[in-house]
Write a protein that binds this ligand. Structure first.
Ligand code: SF4
Ligand code: SF4
Length: 152
């Protein structure tokens, strides 16, 4: 089984309750509310005990990303293009509703891109994408892509 560690979502956490009592290593009881992964042994007791669903068990190593077939990639691209077009249309309109449309289309497009695996920093797609920019982009884009690649 993949080794996991606990991560607390601070926004959901109601503070100072069960995980502090069940953790066998004291990993949940930290000054900054971030679970200490050096102490966490991945037992999952805190996640089971949390009444707010604020703790998730996260694998130390993510599985290899699955290759998407061309039909799936083409459908994702089409959807992204359509969301981007709707964002541009909303951009040209006045009013709060138009701003909301603009932002919601941007968020949906980003979600689709993320779902396609292009925005996961650890994904091979992201690395390959940055590599293509380094090979073919202008100087400023190359430099930024190389820097991003370094940071991944
Ligand atoms: S998974 Fe276990 S060791 Fe890790 S923080 Fe939760 S209770 Fe503690
Ligand atoms: S049990 Fe859940 S809600 Fe309570 S302190 Fe721990 S993470 Fe926060």
């Amino acid at each position: 089984m993949t080794k996991k560690y606990a991560v607390r979502n601070i926004r959901l956490c109601t503070k100072d309750c069960l995980c502090l009592y069940v953790c066998p290593t004291g990993a949940t009881d930290t000054e900054n509310s971030v679970i200490d992964i050096d102490k966490c042994i991945g037992c999952g007791d805190c996640a089971d005990a949390c009444p707010s669903g604020a703790i998730s068990m996260v694998p130390h190593q993510y599985p290899q990303q699955q290759t998407k077939n061309t039909e799936v990639t083409a459908a994702l691209r089409k959807l992204i293009a359509s969301k981007s077009q709707q964002e541009s249309i909303a951009l040209g309109l006045d009013g709060k509703l138009a701003r909301a449309f603009e932002k919601s289309n941007r968020i949906m497009a980003e979600d689709i891109i993320r779902e396609a695996g292009y925005m996961l920093p650890q994904s091979d797609n992201s690395r390959k994408f940055l590599q293509t920019i380094i090979e073919a982009g202008d100087d400023s884009a190359k430099e930024k892509a190389a820097r991003l690649l370094e940071l991944l």
